[in-house]
Every structure is written in structure tokens, then in C-alpha cells.
Design a protein. Structure first.
Length: 181
């Protein structure tokens, strides 16, 4: 059983498959980026999820607050790192909201695609890692390992992400139903 959805405001990969219990496998990909690299990776991951029959929506973090985690389905945090291991500017409001509002995220499942550069040895991929720590502290459950991308390694984030994604999808398919928080 399939359903069709369309969202022109953000990229919404819309051929979602309904599970046997009628619950859609949905993933919201939240993008924290300064110069767009994380967004390129997120778009490819969204397309790959769609090809697996998982409805994926790529949403920029700009202006979001912790209420985004009341959406149905799982989440993929796709964030680069700036400053002294900080989240990017467009992710600051959401990150701060998690720390101040402290919502109960015990029904939230998520994965992390963390972008960084190993030349920043002390803070490598801290943007994604800080989101991971904040979400875990609020009770959310990470599916699989964090994906780390090193900008100085000569690979593109989307290449590394598409290698990592099948394992994450396995975790997603085995996870209990992701209801709204
Ligand atoms: C000014 C500046 C500061 C950075 N600081 C860090 C850092 O502390 N840790 C890290 O792992 N990467 C750091 N990076 C690397 C970026 O996170 C990396 O290049 C990433 O791919 C950029 O993705 P984006 O275009 O989506 O923002 C920094 C890059 C710049 C330009």
C-alpha cells in the first residue's frame, strides 16, 4: 500500500510506503549548514530514503524550535560544525531551544550525520555530536552510529552518507513505531 504526498516548500520525497500496521515510515531530515555542504548531503539521503519507500522531508533548521520533534516518524540530524565546535548559525535557535525548553523526547528516534574537518582535532564533528548529546539527554533514542564526515579526507558527505545509510535504514525498520512525541 502506497501513499502520495507533495510539499513544495521543502524537498519532500513523497512515495511513502505504509507498513503492515498502516503506520508510515517517515523521516524528517533537519539540516544545519553554513555553506550548503550538509544540505547537498541531506538532499541525496532524502532521495535514497525515498527510493527505499521511506517518505523523507528535508527541512532547514532555520527558525525551528523544539516543537519540530512532535512530528511523526524518525529524524536525521545533518549538521556541520563551526566556530569552536559549535552548531552552524541556522541551527543555533533549535539547539538552544532543546537546552532551554527541555522537552520530553523519550518517544523520538533519530540518527546523526555530522560534518566536520579533522584539522579541527579538538572539535571534530562537534556540531552533530552536540545535537546527539542534547537529544540523548532529553530521552531520545539514537538509531545506529553517528556518521562522521571529514572535509579534509577527499570524499563528499553524500558518498559517505550513502554507504552509511543502508545500516541506518535497518535500524529504522526494526525500531518500534515512531509515534508523535
Ligand atoms: C570557520 C570554520 C570553522 C570550522 N570549525 C570546525 C570545527 O570546530 N570542527 C570541525 O570538525 N569542523 C569545523 N569546520 C569544518 C566544517 O564543519 C566543514 O567544512 C563542513 O563540511 C562544512 O559544511 P557546511 O557547508 O554544511 O556548513 C569549520 C569550518 C570553518 C570554515
Amino acid at each position: 500500500m502506497y501513499y502520495i504526498a507533495c510539499d513544495l516548500a521543502n524537498m519532500h520525497y513523497s512515495r511513502g510506503r505504509l507498513g503492515g500496521d498502516g503506520v508510515a515510515l517517515d523521516v524528517t531530515i533537519l539540516v544545519g549548514t553554513m555553506t550548503g555542504t550538509a544540505d547537498l548531503g541531506a538532499q541525496d539521503v532524502g532521495g535514497a530514503l525515498g527510493a527505499e519507500g521511506i517518505a523523507a522531508e528535508v527541512v532547514q533548521m532555520d527558525g525551528l524550535d523544539a516543537g519540530v520533534f512532535t512530528r511523526n516518524g524518525a529524524f536525521l540530524i545533518c549538521s556541520s560544525t563551526y566556530g569552536q565546535g559549535d552548531v552552524p548559525d541556522n541551527a543555533q535557535a533549535l539547539f538552544n531551544a532543546l537546552e532551554t525548553a527541555k522537552p520530553d523526547l523519550s518517544r523520538v528516534a533519530y540518527g546523526v550525520i555530522a560534518l566536520g574537518d579533522r584539522t579541527y582535532a579538538q572539535t571534530f564533528c562537534f556540531g552533530g555530536k552536540r545535537f546527539d548529546a542534547a537529544l540523548a539527554a532529553l530521552g531520545a533514542r539514537r538509531l545506529g552510529d553517528i556518521m562522521l564526515h571529514d572535509a579534509s579526507a577527499g570524499t563528499m558527505p553524500e558518498e559517505v552518507a550513502l554507504d552509511w545509510l543502508p545500516g541506518w535504514i535497518e535500524h529504522l525498520r526494526q525500531a518500534p513505531g515512531q509515534e508523535a512525541a
